[in-house]
Design a protein around this ligand. Structure first.
Ligand code: MRU
Length: 353
C-alpha cells in the first residue's frame, strides 16, 4: 500500500519488508526506506528515521519479526536464545521511550508462550507485530475522542499549543497530541495550532507543521522561547503534548522543552494535557526521577546543515527529554479516557476526569 500524503502511516508492512517514512528528510522530501533486516531496523530507530514513542514501538515489533525470520533453525530453544539477542540489539537503540521496551517485551512473551514449530512461531510473531500496529492506530483515534471531552469549552473554538511532534508520524497513524488536535479540527473546535519549533532537532517546525499542512489545519510555528510570551498575550487556550514515558505517579518524560512549556502554562492558568497510549505508562517506575534520559550528539546543537554555530572548544549538554512533574499536568488523555495524573492507576478500569 502506498499512502497518500494526507494519510500518514510512518511504518508499513509492504512487499515482505517494512517501509518507513524517512523522517530525517521531511519536510523537503517524502521518501521511504525499505527495511529487510532487524539490524537495519535498529539503525533506523537510532538515527531517527523512525521516531516518536509509539512509532518506535511498532517499528521495534516488526524489527523483532525481521530478526525472527533470519534465524535458521528448527530447534525452539536455539531460536528463543537467538531471538533474545535480536531483542537486546533493538532495546539498545534509544533509552527513554518505554513503548520500545513494551513492544519488544510483548513480542518475547508471545515467542515464549506460543507452542508449535519454529515456523509457526515466526508466523505468530508476524501477526503480533501487525496487531501492535493496528491497535496503536485505534488507540490514537480513541485518544482523539477522549481529548474532545476534556478540552476547555470556552472559548468554543480553541488555539492549541503543542511541542515536538506527537502526530501520525510519531505513532502508527493519527497521532496522540496531534490526534486530539485532528479530532478538534474535524469537530470544528479548533482555530489554529501553535507548534514550538522544538530545538535541537526541530520536530515541531519540520514534522508537526508538515502534518498540519497536509490537512490544511492552520498552524503557526514559533521558536521555543516564544511560548510563554504567546500565553501572556492570550493567544493560547490549551497545551497538548505527547509522552515518551509516564511514571506511575503521572510524572511525564517528553521532548526537551516540554517542562518549561508546562511551567509557563501553569503560570498563565492554561490547561496542560498529556496525550498518550497506556503502553507509554511505566507502572514499574514510581516517579519521574527514575526515567532514563537519552543524551544525544552535541552536534545536534552546534551544527545546522554545513554551518557551525558556535566557537570551537566549548562544552555542550544535549538531553533529548525532560520530565514534567505531575502537578503541572491537568489530565493524561489515554485510550481509556482522561485521568488526573494521580489517578493513573485506575486507567485500566475506569474513566476519572
Ligand atoms: O526524539 P523523538 O523525536 O523520538 O521524541 C518524540 C517525542 O518526544 C514525542 O513528543 C513523544 O514521543 C510522543 S509521540 C506520540
Amino acid at each position: 500500500m502506498t499512502p497518500s500524503t494526507n494519510q500518514v502511516y510512518p511504518v508499513i508492512w509492504h512487499n515482505n519488508s517494512v517501509s518507513l517514512i524517512d523522517q530525517t528528510r521531511l519536510p523537503n522530501e517524502y521518501a521511504f526506506v525499505e527495511i529487510h533486516r532487524s539490524e537495519d531496523m535498529a539503525r533506523a530507530i537510532k538515527t531517527m528515521i523512525v521516531r516518536g514513542a509509539p512509532a518506535i514501538g511498532v517499528a521495534a515489533a516488526y524489527g523483532m519479526y525481521l530478526g525472527a525470520r533470519e534465524i535458521e533453525t528448527s530447534d525452539r530453544h536455539e531460536f528463543l536464545e537467538r531471538l533474545e539477542k535480536v531483542a537486546q540489539l533493538l532495546r539498545s537503540t534509544r533509552p527513554t521511550a518505554v513503548n520500545l521496551f513494551w513492544a519488544i517485551g510483548r513480542m518475547m512473551k508471545t515467542a515464549y508462550e506460543t507452542l508449535g514449530t519454529v515456523e509457526e512461531l515466526k508466523q505468530t510473531l508476524f501477526q503480533t507485530a501487525q496487531n501492535i500496529n493496528a491497535e496503536d492506530l485505534q488507540t490514537c483515534q480513541a485518544i482523539g475522542d477522549h481529548g474532545l471531552v476534556v478540552l476547555p469549552k470556552n472559548p468554543e473554538k480553541l488555539t492549541i499549543l503543542t511541542h515536538c511532534n506527537a502526530g501520525a508520524l510519531a505513532t502508527a497513524g493519527y497521532g496522540t497530541a496531534l490526534g486530539v488536535v485532528r479530532s478538534a479540527w474535524r469537530e470544528g473546535r479548533l482555530v489554529r495550532v501553535f507548534a514550538d519549533e522544538t530545538r535541537p532537532r526541530l520536530q515541531g517546525a519540520k514534522l508537526t507543521a508538515w502534518e498540519c499542512a497536509q490537512e490544511k489545519i492552520p498552524v503557526t510555528v514559533i521558536t521555543d522561547n516564544m511560548a510563554a510570551h504567546c500565553m501572556q498575550q492570550g493567544l493560547i487556550n490549551a497545551v497538548v503534548v505527547g509522552a515518551d514515558r509516564i511514571a506511575a505517579n503521572g510524572d511525564t518524560a517528553n521532548k526537551i522543552g516540554t517542562y518549561s512549556v508546562a511551567i509557563a502554562a501553569k503560570a498563565h492558568n492554561i490547561p496542560f494535557f498529556v496525550a498518550a497510549p497506556l503502553s507509554t505508562v511505566d507502572f514499574e517506575l514510581s516517579d519521574g526521577s527514575k526515567i532514563p534520559i537519552e543524551e544525544r550528539n552535541p552536534a545536534e546543537i552546534y551544527e545546522v546543515g554545513d554551518t557551525i554555530l558556535t566557537p570551537s572548544g566549548i562544552d555542550f549538554y544535549n538531553p533529548a527529554f525532560d520530565v514534567t512533574p505531575a502537578d503541572l499536568i491537568t489530565a493524561i488523555i489515554t485510550e481509556n479516557g482522561a485521568f488526573a495524573p494521580g489517578e493513573l492507576a485506575k486507567s485500566q478500569v475506569q474513566q476519572v476526569v
